[in-house]
Design a protein around this ligand. Sequence first.
Ligand SMILES: Cc1cc2nc3c(=O)[nH]c(=O)nc-3n(C[C@H](O)[C@H](O)[C@H](O)COP(=O)(O)OP(=O)(O)OC[C@H]3O[C@@H](n4cnc5c(N)ncnc54)[C@H](O)[C@@H]3O)c2cc1C
Length: 311
Amino acid sequence: MAGILVYSNKSTLALELLNAAAGLAQTDSRRVKALSINNNGQAAQLAARGAEVLALEDPALNPADPAVMARAIGQVAAQVEARIILLSSDRRGKELAGRLAQIWGAGCLTDVKSLKSENGALLCIRNVLGGATVATQQIVSDRQVIAISPGAFAAAGERTGGTVRPAVVEVKPSALKLLEVREKAGDSVDIEAADILVVVGQGVENRQDLPLIQEIAKALGAEVACSKPVASDKKWLGEERIVGLSGKICKPQLAVILGVSGQVQFTVGIREAGTIVSINSDEKAFMNSMADYVLVADLKDIIPELAKQLA
Ligand SMILES: Cc1cc2nc3c(=O)[nH]c(=O)nc-3n(C[C@H](O)[C@H](O)[C@H](O)COP(=O)(O)OP(=O)(O)OC[C@H]3O[C@@H](n4cnc5c(N)ncnc54)[C@H](O)[C@@H]3O)c2cc1C
């Protein structure tokens, strides 16, 4: 059976990939190896979850340069005779997936939500048509690059038996000269990791209501997220808070959704929430049909009242 190599530059996602791979290894007796690049801490974390880790140390390798990263990962995959590479389907992972598939002569699927093994075939379940539908797809080529959505799998649990050994590759120096790496300015919120989200839609008409919404979120132990136009058009909140197709796919236990109509590009990012509460003045808003609890009301009245009740 083909071996599996997992890699993400983000340690939390690498642990999720390890769990996904372990599931496949169990059903198909595939051999799993994890790759860490210039990250000893991650190598140790993966090993503590029972992984056979290949630790690559090379200053020429930088996650910001996916072309060189792809060549390096391809070489490691060849060395360990992997036929399947699992990457994270975040922004960087998706670019890496495409480049790696091209270099490695593999088929590629991104935004994969779950994996299923059937009679030796690896089936990938993913959103298609802008999230309007879910498709089960299979890569038919021998080599497969599969990028898995963040949060689709739980992180691998602790296990004994993990090892770390060095890996060596020869990559041509990058044609890209990296001058500086800077932390993203502003917000560094991780709405995908939040257990509770308060989501601001265009039904919140006054920007002055944002501090009250932040108070509501704080009282609930929630992060504030938003629909796309609230960030991209109105610029009220940072783009890292967008829920949906062009933002983040979130799986909170509770989502309190304030004035969102429920277009598919939004709902694809929240439909897996445990409990959805929708507050909307339009009873027929599509968002309401997906919600567990609906309050048909004007947010101008509800936001101050909710903040008062939760204070
Ligand atoms: C390629 C593509 C990708 C996209 N990606 C995303 C994405 O990732 N995320 C995303 O969110 N969108 C995305 N969109 C945009 C998406 O199609 C919708 O336009 C957007 O989600 C609408 O945002 P909204 O629900 O906040 O606003 P609206 O559609 O304007 O809805 C506002 C809602 O608030 C209600 N409302 C109005 N006033 C009040 C009030 N006073 N009290 C209570 N309720 C009130 C209304 O009844 C309505 O239901 C994308 C679009 C495209 C084409």
